[in-house]
Ligand binder design. Structure first.
Ligand code: ADP
Length: 355
C-alpha cells in the first residue's frame, strides 16, 4: 500500500508542532508475538523510520479503517534492548549536566513495559532493560571523570499503589508511608548510596524481596501499581568546589487497560479508579508542559506530586508507549497511542489518517 502521501503530509504537520514539544519525547515500542502464542493477525500496518506508525482497524469498515500516528521514534517488534538504549542514552547522560530526567513506560498490561524498563530477568545482562543499562553507563562515566568531578549516586525504589507510597528498599520491611513527600525530599532512610552496578543489583533484589514480604501480594498486583526507581546524582567539581545535582526517575507505570465497570467491584474497582486517575493526572501534567501552559496540575495524583520537581523546568521527559501487536488489542492500542499523541502535543487525528 502506498502511504507516502499521508506520510508526507503528516510529516509536514508534525514538524510544525515540534517546536511546542520542548523537552518531551515519545518513543513507541511494539512487542513481538511471544513464543508459544498463536500467531494472530496484527493491527500494525506500517512503521516508518521517522517514527511513523499506521494501525489498521480489524473490522475494516467505516471511514476510520486506518489511523496514523507519529512519534519521535518507533521501535518495531524485532528491536533489541541495546538499540532502545542507544536512543535513550543521551537523555540519561544529561543527568550529569544537572538535568532532571523522567522516563516512563506506558501501556496495557503485557505490552512490554517491564521488559523495556528492567528486562525479563535481572541475571541476563544481554536483555537488561533501560534501568540497569542506565546505571551501568552512569557509573562508567562518573568513574572516568573522577579526577575532575567527584560524584555521589543515591538510589530509591518507590511503589505507588492505590495512591499510597511504599518505599521498597527501607531496611525495615513493609513500611507504608502515607505522608506526602515534598518534591524529592522523601525519607532519607529510603535513599541508598551506591558505587557500582553490583550495589544497585543487590539493592534491587532486596527491594523485590521487600515487595513480596512486606506488602503481601503486592507482587501479583505489580501491574496495578506504579514503580519508580530514582537515581540522584550529586557532583562536586574538584577544583572549584561547585556543586551540581540531577535526578533520573525510571517509571514502570500501572497497566493502562480500561476496566469494564460493570464487571468489577470492591478492591479491583478501587484500584482501577486510582490507576485511571493517576494516569490521567500524568497525561494532564505532560500535556500542560508540552503546551507551555502557565498552570501545571501537579497536585492531582501522588505520582505527579512525587515527580513534580523533575517534570518541567530544567527537566527532560521520555515516554515509552508500549503496544501489543495482535489485532485483538486494537482498541487498547489505539487508546494507548491517543494518550501518547495527546501528551506529546502532536495530535494528527483520524481526519488525516490513511483512507
Ligand atoms: P508489562 O510490564 O507491560 O505488563 P511485560 O514486560 O511483563 O509487560 O511483557 C509481557 C511478556 O512479554 C513478558 O513475558 C516479556 O518477557 C515479553 N516481552 C515484552 N516485550 C518483549 C520484547 N521486546 N521482546 C521479547 N519479549 C518481550
Amino acid at each position: 500500500k502506498n502511504y507516502q502521501v499521508v506520510v508526507e503530509e503528516n510529516r509536514r504537520l508534525y514538524n510544525e508542532v515540534q517546536e511546542l514539544k520542548g523537552n518531551i519525547r515519545v518513543y513507541c515500542r511494539i512487542r513481538p508475538f511471544l513464543k508459544g502464542q498463536n500467531k494472530k493477525e496484527t493491527s500494525i500496518e506500517y512503521t516508518g523510520e521517522n517514527g511513523e506508525l499506521v494501525v489498521a482497524n480489524p473490522l475494516k469498515q467505516g471511514k476510520d479503517t486506518h489511523r496514523f500516528f507519529k512519534f519521535n521514534k518507533v521501535f518495531g517488534p524485532s528491536s533489541t534492548q541495546e538499540e532502545v538504549f542507544l536512543d535513550t542514552q543521551p537523555l540519561i547522560r544529561s543527568l550529569l549536566d544537572g538535568y532532571n530526567v523522567c522516563i516512563f513506560a506506558y501501556g496495557q498490561t503485557g505490552s512490554g513495559k517491564t521488559y523495556t524498563m528492567s528486562g525479563p530477568s535481572i541475571n541476563s545482562e544481554e536483555h537488561w532493560g533501560v534501568n540497569y543499562r542506565a546505571l551501568n553507563d552512569l557509573f562508567h562515566l562518573t568513574q572516568s571523570s573522577q579526577d575532575t568531578v567527584m560524584y555521589e549516586v543515591g538510589v530509591q525504589m518507590v511503589e505507588i499503589y492505590n495512591e499510597q507510597l511504599i518505599f521498597l528498599n527501607l531496611h525495615t520491611l513493609g513500611i507504608w508511608n502515607t505522608a506526602l513527600p515534598n518534591g524529592l525530599a522523601v525519607p532519607d532512610a529510603s535513599m541508598h548510596c551506591v558505587r557500582s552496578t553490583d550495589d544497585v543489583l543487590e539493592l534491587m533484589n532486596i527491594g523485590l524481596m521487600n515487595r513480596a514480604v512486606g506488602a503481601t501480594a503486592l507482587n501479583e498486583k505489580s501491574s496495578r501499581s506504579h514503580s519508580v526507581l530514582s537515581v540522584h546524582v550529586r557532583g562536586v567539581d574538584v577544583k572549584t568546589d561547585s556543586e551540581l545535582r540531577g535526578s533520573l526517575h525510571l517509571v514502570d507505570l500501572a497497566g493502562s487497560e480500561r476496566i469494564d465497570r460493570s464487571e468489577v467491584t470492591g478492591d479491583r474497582l478501587k484500584e482501577a479508579q486510582h490507576i485511571n486517575k493517576s494516569l490521567s493526572a500524568l497525561g494532564d501534567v505532560i500535556f500542560a508542559l508540552a503546551h507551555k501552559n502557565p498552570h501545571v496540575p501537579y497536585r492531582n495524583s501522588k505520582l505527579t506530586q512525587v515527580l513534580q520537581n523533575s517534570l518541567g523546568g530544567q527537566a527532560k521527559t521520555l515516554m515509552f508507549v508500549q503496544i501489543n501487536p495482535d489485532e485483538d488489542s486494537y482498541a487498547e492500542t489505539v487508546s494507548t497511542l491517543k494518550f501518547a499523541e495527546r501528551v506529546s502535543g502532536v495530535e494528527l487525528g483520524a481526519a488525516r489518517s490513511y483512507k
